[in-house]
Design a binder for this molecule. Structure first.
Ligand SMILES: Cc1cc2nc3c(=O)[nH]c(=O)nc-3n(C[C@H](O)[C@H](O)[C@H](O)COP(=O)(O)OP(=O)(O)OC[C@H]3O[C@@H](n4cnc5c(N)ncnc54)[C@H](O)[C@@H]3O)c2cc1C
Length: 487
């Protein structure tokens, strides 16, 4: 049965990304149908987020907020001085549904989609075909419409977690431990860390986490390691209240510009270094919806407009830099991971925060990466250099793109419209976040951490007139100087 196009938009999925987009489109006055196999259900995963990353309305959906947030890369904790929230998923669902009020919820399983004139037609398991002018695939890490591209193969974050009662605290009471790289249970070929939260009283959430790996540790591997860790530190769990298994790819490339809009985990929006995605979807949805609504009103293709709002050139350059970071992390030997994060969290707070922020411009990211590289111990630098040289094209592309960020860079996740692809607000000023992250005038001399720098932000140490091969050779030469002590 083919239904008439009775809504402007069809959203595939019932997760946070789908509902954020539904609410944002409703906010633009568009009619929306959500298609997902289940009725509205509180999201099953344990969602954590930096409190200041959440849009204002979502902050009231926090179940817990910790101000004592720590990382252990050695015996002493590093305080992160940034409040962290655990989301109350039932409350988040209610808030998202309230914002999506007036949308139609259809319980069905989408099988595929085809263009139908100016519309898209979505076929479902029940045999009904739905049509609309704007189609969003927010069906999660295994998107139903367009398989994501993972350069070099999917690199997974895997984790096994428990919510349990403990006779003795498995992590500091009152605190949230973002990463504990200490390994009382002994070394392991796949380095893992503990992610832990005190939930009040004798309840704790503890999760043995492999940040990113290819191939990744299995569930039974991580379960065994978590219990071994808890035993080794003398804090075995008592009553187990809930278990969690985490497994998703971290390194999806930006999706293609054509076809339905892929959004959320389906759309390469997982942060390739932290694995966070929820806040990015909540923050990006309004801007993307605004672009789609403006295109629809103007008789243009809403998919192209929405994609351009979500993936402006600076954002794609940023993705390249992050994917280079992923490549580097994947090549680190196990014993170098802890020193790597020691150097990472020893960076000025605004720099490591910016690195974990999906809205940080590529130029800033690249400069942070270079600074981190310089700060690393020799044993961690060599594999990173090898990783960069193993992908000379993407290294140079990322660095060049990174260093070419123009003067009015901003990012949809920060709510400002990028200059090149702006839709409706040509004179929107830069927001404070962006201003804080970026040398917006691009006149400030940058020498710190940049080998071969000639003293301007446009200088990446590479001769602008050299061809790609020569640039790679120059880059190789620069990096060689930095790693000479390793040889
Ligand atoms: C256990 C776990 C913990 C995580 N923790 C965090 C965290 O702390 N912070 C963070 O930011 N990120 C976290 N992530 C990563 C990521 O943010 C989540 O996976 C998040 O749920 C992705 O949101 P989404 O809406 O894009 O997709 P999903 O939440 O996966 O939702 C996909 C939706 O699409 C529906 N669907 C699937 N196939 C079809 C189909 N064929 N037809 C119709 N509907 C379909 C599903 O039923 C579901 O409703 C975690 C991931 C996991 C797995």
């Amino acid at each position: 049965m083919i239904l008439p196009a009775d809504t402007h938009a069809l959203i595939i999925g019932g997760g946070p990304a789908a509902l954020a987009m539904t609410g944002a489109l409703r906010g633009e006055g568009l009619s929306v149908r959500v298609i997902t196999p289940h009725a509205p259900t509180a999201f099953p995963a344990t969602y954590g987020a930096w409190l200041d990353d959440l849009p204002g309305w979502a902050r009231s959906c926090a179940a817990h907020v910790w101000t004592d947030v720590r990382v252990y890369t050695g015996p002493e904790p590093t305080p992160l001085l940034r409040p962290y929230a655990l989301l109350d998923n039932a409350r988040l669902l209610r808030a998202l549904l309230a914002r999506a009020s007036g949308s139609v919820w259809t319980c069905d399983h989408v099988l595929g989609a085809q263009p139908a004139g100016a519309l898209w037609a979505v076929t479902t398991r029940s045999g009904v075909t739905y049509r609309a002018a704007f189609l969003v695939d927010a069906s999660g890490h295994h998107p139903v419409l367009q398989p994501p591209v993972h350069p070099g193969g999917a690199a997974l974050q895997t984790a096994y977690g428990l919510t349990a009662r403990f006779e003795r605290p498995p992590s500091p009471p009152g605190a949230m431990v973002w990463m504990d790289h200490r390994a009382p249970h002994g070394p392991h070929p796949h380095p893992t860390f503990l992610y832990a939260m005190h939930l009040g009283g004798d309840r704790y959430f503890v999760e043995e986490t492999s940040l990113i790996a290819r191939p990744a540790p299995t569930r039974s591997d991580l379960r065994g390691r978590l219990h071994a860790r808890l035993r080794a530190q003398g804090t075995p769990p008592g009553e187990i209240l809930a278990e969690e298994w985490v497994s998703f790819p971290m390194n999806a490339a930006a999706p293609a510009a054509h076809g339905p809009l892929a959004f959320g985990a389906a759309g390469g929006m997982v942060h390739p270094i932290s694995g966070f995605q929820v806040t990015a979807a909540l923050r990006a949805a309004p801007l993307v919806a605004r672009a789609a609504a403006a295109a629809l009103a103007g008789g243009d293709d809403p998919h192209r407009a929405a994609w351009a709002a979500l993936w402006p050139a600076p954002r794609r350059a940023e993705r390249d830099v992050h994917l280079l970071g992923v490549q580097a992390l994947l090549t680190l030997p196990p014993e170098a991971l802890s020193p790597f994060f020691q150097a990472f969290f020893a960076l000025p707070a605004e720099q490591w925060r910016a690195f974990l922020d999906p809205g940080t411009p590529a130029g800033t990211l690249a400069r942070i990466m270079l600074r981190l590289f310089v700060a690393l111990p020799a044993r961690a630098r060599l594999p990173l250099t090898r990783a960069a040289l193993a992908r000379p094209r993407s290294s140079v592309t990322a660095l060049r793109a990174a260093m070419k960020v123009t003067s009015r860079v901003s990012h949809p996740l920060h709510g400002a419209v990028p200059q090149a692809e702006r839709m409706t607000h040509p004179d929107l000023p830069l927001d404070d976040d962006t201003r804080d992250h970026e040398d917006t005038s691009q006149t400030e001399p940058v020498t710190e951490g940049m080998q071969g720098s000639t003293g301007s932000t446009d200088a990446n140490g590479l001769d602008p007139n050299a061809d790609l091969g020569e640039k790679v050779e120059e880059l190789r030469e620069n990096l060689r100087a930095m790693t000479r002590t390793d040889r």
